[in-house]
Design a protein. Structure first.
Length: 308
């Protein structure tokens, strides 16, 4: 028997641990602990309320994140990607508002490429929706060092991080408190947020705070690009979420530069590879990742139920 539930805040650690254990270079890209970590910017209670778990015989067999009220993002135990009973239950729960997963009206489901649940959703009338480019870069070899000034984000950098992110994605308000919230989350123990400042790279480590002599010689320029990278533990694939370049500084190769800095940080955290998902329509973003050494994985298509 499969049971669906919503964890409380005290149960978040167990859910994150399950997602970590499911990350493997041999399995399709799916919901990552970094996705939960990025959602944590809304706080721990909101993160717990957005999660769903499916358990069978005391084992968590699937995890879902409601990334907004009408999008369910799924992760499935790798050995159960083709389990028909689980696939049927996931599709059925997504279709029935009384099950407490998705509400009435239009909604979308994101599932790992090749998972059986996609067949059940299609049979139930869910149509193909947004197309996603999935990309991967192996981290066995050292990463090229970008010629930019990179700092790891801490409390003093939170406002610059927030403003650069706002500009990059067209937001209306910078929200440094969101960074403080995500940095307090459990997944952030295996993560780094980085900011690139305008100006030449200083000597010393690629990522860090410049020495007193360096800081005196060259004052930091404005923040121009940011990235968040999330490890799932040594030997497992890490995730990029988010990456953005300030609107006033595009066209200078900063997206590639900050991505390389993020890759180096992931490698230091022990990640075996880096994964990223971006809408296939985002041609500029895809080109940036390819220029940083990523290669394409099979595309993913969300499934969509139109509102009645």
């Amino acid at each position: 028997m499969i049971e669906t539930s919503t964890p409380d805040v005290d149960g978040l650690g167990a859910v994150v641990d399950v997602l970590r254990a499911w990350q493997d270079d041999a399995t399709p890209l799916q919901l990552h602990p970094g996705d939960v970590g990025w959602f944590w910017r809304f706080g721990a209670p909101a993160t717990a309320a957005a999660l769903r778990t499916w358990c069978r015989d005391g084992r968590v067999v699937a995890v879902g994140l409601l990334d907004g009220p009408d999008l369910l993002r799924l992760a499935i135990a790798p050995d159960l990607l083709h389990d028909d009973e689980l696939a049927h239950r996931l599709a059925d729960d997504a279709a029935r508002p009384e099950r407490g997963v998705l509400g009435e009206g239009g909604a979308s489901v994101e599932a790992p490429v090749g998972a059986r649940v996609d067949e059940h959703l299609a049979a139930a009338g869910w149509c193909v929706d947004e197309r996603w480019a999935l990309l991967r870069r192996d981290l066995a070899a050292p990463v090229e060092e970008p010629a930019v000034r990179v700092r790891e984000v801490g409390p003093p950098e939170a406002a610059a991080w927030a403003e650069t992110l706002r500009s990059s994605f067209g937001g209306t308000r910078a929200a440094p408190e969101r960074w403080h919230a995500l940095a307090s989350g459990l997944p952030y123990a295996d993560a780094r947020c980085l900011v690139v400042h305008d100006g030449p790279r200083l000597g010393g480590p690629l990522v860090g705070v410049p020495s007193d002599d360096e800081a005196a010689d060259v004052a930091p320029g404005p923040a121009v690009a940011v990235i968040g990278v999330w490890s799932a533990g040594p030997g497992r694939p890490g995730l990029i979420e988010p990456m953005g370049v300030h609107a006033d500084h595009r066209g200078r190769g900063l997206g590639r530069a900050v991505t390389l800095a993020g890759l180096a940080a992931l490698r230091e955290l022990g990640a075996s590879s880096a994964l990223v998902a971006t809408p296939a329509s985002n041609a500029g973003g895809v080109a940036t990742y390819v220029s940083a050494g990523f290669t394409h994985l099979p595309e993913r298509f969300d499934r969509r139920r139109d509102g009645s």
